[in-house]
Design a protein around this ligand. Structure first.
Ligand code: FAD
Length: 305
């Protein structure tokens, strides 16, 4: 199987360049000095691949939010990358969120990933909008667009958001976000490409024509990925669990398997015409760099951080 993958991979590398593959990378704001070092090493490693944009997630609580702002500003000041700042509606009035939007605008941000966010009490607690705040992501997209004509990306859920009663209700929300001005959706991660293609068909049938960019999670740590998946409503197929079975204490093999799994997934997506990919990097560069190399991306010295 590995030999076949290797042969296919080199073929895709050529096709990747012909098809102008575009990637984006998602990072989270670091909490400690050590994490900060790891983040910037990853940014430096991935920057020469000239991503379309790099996004920085937004958390609950003042200090986490400050870290997002600081990370976005550092990307603007110290790199030639285009940042996309995530923003949520959680625990803030409209005025407070609007101030953040204006602050981003003043700092040079031109792209926001607009989200409702998870309940302040944690996933599983029913979501209640802040009494004076934006109600959901569609409402937030409208708020951003009233202030500035920035590019706005939003989330999409091939396996349905856990709060949503049906896939149709979920797609209705996506349609509301597009109608409010969103021009790109980035999906929650998934491991079975059929889920993405089925979702794409339903989204297109609903008259939604913006790019639905697959979110790819290279499995750096299977237990952690499984835990994320449980919280976000993404399914973890049995074959994936079996591939990582018995490797808890074998980091080197785990990395090789993770690279093979991610490579297989993106190669199949390219095979089906997908050209844009959003990578959940978890602030680590090695697997993402390898998968991008397979996609045909090569460093461009002029874009280096
Ligand atoms: P929406 O698009 O507003 O809603 C998602 C679905 O839930 C819709 O189907 C909607 O109909 C349904 N729904 C919403 N509210 C209700 C309700 N009250 N009752 C019933 N159904 C409801 N989280 C962060 O905190 N920070 C981040 O930076 C971040 N980045 C993300 C990036 C991506 C690409 C993705 C996919 C997710 C990200 N998240 C982030 C997670 C996201 O905030 C959560 O999934 C959150 O629970 C939903 O936010 P949303 O914008 O996707 O919601």
């Amino acid at each position: 199987m590995m030999a076949a993958s290797a042969i296919r991979a080199s073929r895709w590398a050529h096709q990747g360049q012909e098809r102008r593959i575009r990637v984006s990378f998602e990072f989270f704001p670091p909490k400690t000095e050590e994490m900060e070092k790891q983040l910037w090493e990853s940014v430096e490693r991935l920057a020469p691949l000239a991503p379309n944009f790099v996004s920085v997630t937004y958390g609950a609580g003042g200090s986490t939010r400050e870290r997002t702002h600081a990370t976005v500003k550092r990307i603007i000041n110290e790199t030639r990358l285009t940042p996309a700042a995530h923003l949520t509606c959680v625990d803030a009035t409209r005025e407070q969120v609007d101030d953040v939007i204006r602050g981003y605008q003043a700092a040079g941000v031109r792209h926001i990933v607009a989200l409702r966010g998870d309940p302040a009490g944690g996933i599983g607690v029913p979501y209640a909008p802040h009494p004076g705040g934006y109600e959901n992501a569609a409402d937030l997209v409208g708020g951003i667009k009233r202030i500035t004509d920035m590019e706005v990306s939003v989330s999409a859920y091939p396996e349905k958001h856990p709060d949503s009663a049906t896939v149709e209700a979920d797609i209705d929300m996506l349609k509301a976000k597009v109608d409010a001005g969103a021009s790109r959706a980035i999906t929650q991660f998934f491991f079975e490409n059929d889920l993405y293609f089925r979702y794409l068909d339903r989204v297109r049938a609903r008259g939604i024509n913006i790019p639905i960019v697959p979110g790819i999670l290279p499995v750096q740590n299977f237990k952690q990925a499984k835990n994320f998946a449980e919280r976000t409503g993404a399914s973890v197929p049995r074959w994936l669990a079996e591939r990582f079975e018995g490797l808890d204490d074998d980091l080197a093999t785990r990395k090789l398997i993770a690279a093979a799994v991610a490579a297989e997934q993106v190669i199949d997506l390219v095979d089906h015409g997908v050209t844009d990919f959003h990578f959940y990097t978890m602030n680590r560069a090695d697997l993402v760099y390898a998968v991008c190399h397979l996609l045909g991306l090569r460093p461009e010295a002029r874009v280096a951080a």
